[in-house]
Design a protein around this ligand. Structure first.
Ligand SMILES: [Mg+2]
Ligand SMILES: [Zn+2]
Length: 200
C-alpha cells in the first residue's frame, strides 16, 4: 500500500453524485463528501501525487458546456488547494457512450494519461473508484485499484462478490491506510483496521 500517485474518480469519491441522469453542472452543485478534503490533504502532505479522472457525458449530451465543467473543476481545485490537498491533474472525458471514444472509462486512456503525466510508474500508482468502470479502466491500464464505499461503492462491492478488490469506507480511511503503510518500515501491506478492509 505504499503508493506515490493516487488516481481518483470524481463523482462518488470526492463529491456527492448528482441524481441518476443528471450532472454536476455548476460550481454551486459541487458538494464535497465528508472527509474528502482532509483525505486529499493527508495524501498531499505525505508527498503523494493526486490526479482526478472523470467521465462527464453531460457535456456530450449537451446538458452542460465545457466552460461549465471548467468552472466546476476550478472550484474543486481551488478548494482542494486551500485545504492543503492541491490536485496535480484533472482529466475528463466529455463524450457520451454512443460516441465510442477511447477515453471514457472503462477505456483505459484517462488512467494511462494520468500515469504518463505524473512521471511515476504505474506500479507506484493506484486508482480509487466507486464504480466497476473505474476498476476495469485501471485493470486495462495495468494499475492496481481499490473501491471506496461512497457513491456507488457499496453497490459495486456487492455486485463484485468474491471478485471484490480491497474496499475502504471512504477516501480519508484509504488515505490513512496508505500513510500508515508508508510509515511502516516493513513496507508491507497493513490491513489491520477491520472496519476499513474486508478483502480477505
Ligand atoms: Mg464515480
Ligand atoms: Zn471520451
Amino acid at each position: 500500500m505504499s503508493f506515490r500517485h493516487v488516481i481518483l474518480d470524481r463523482d462518488g469519491v470526492l463529491n456527492h453524485e448528482a441524481p441518476d441522469g443528471s450532472y454536476v453542472r455548476e460550481p454551486a452543485e459541487f458538494r464535497w463528501l465528508p472527509g474528502a478534503l482532509e483525505g486529499l490533504a493527508l495524501l498531499r502532505s505525505a508527498g503523494v501525487r493526486l490526479s482526478v479522472t472523470t467521465n462527464q457525458a453531460g457535456v456530450g449530451r449537451g446538458l452542460m458546456s465545457l466552460q461549465q465543467l471548467a468552472a466546476v473543476h476550478e472550484r474543486m481545485q481551488t478548494e482542494a488547494a486551500a485545504h492543503g490537498g492541491a490536485l496535480d491533474a484533472v482529466l475528463y472525458c466529455p463524450h457520451t457512450p454512443e460516441e465510442q471514444c477511447s477515453c471514457r472509462k472503462p477505456a483505459p486512456e484517462l488512467i494511462q494519461a494520468a500515469v504518463a503525466r505524473s512521471g511515476i510508474a504505474a506500479s507506484d500508482s493506484i486508482v480509487v473508484g466507486d464504480d466497476r468502470r473505474d476498476l476495469e479502466a485501471a485493470e486495462r491500464a495495468g494499475v492496481k485499484a481499490v473501491l471506496v464505499r461512497t457513491g456507488k461503492g457499496r453497490r459495486t462491492e456487492a455486485l463484485l462478490g468474491n471478485a471484490a478488490v480491497p474496499a475502504y469506507d471512504d477516501l480519508p480511511a484509504l488515505a490513512r491506510a496508505i500513510l500508515s503503510a508508508r510509515l511502516d518500515t516493513d513496507g508491507g501491506p497493513k490491513v489491520n483496521e477491520s472496519q476499513e478492509q474486508d478483502a480477505s
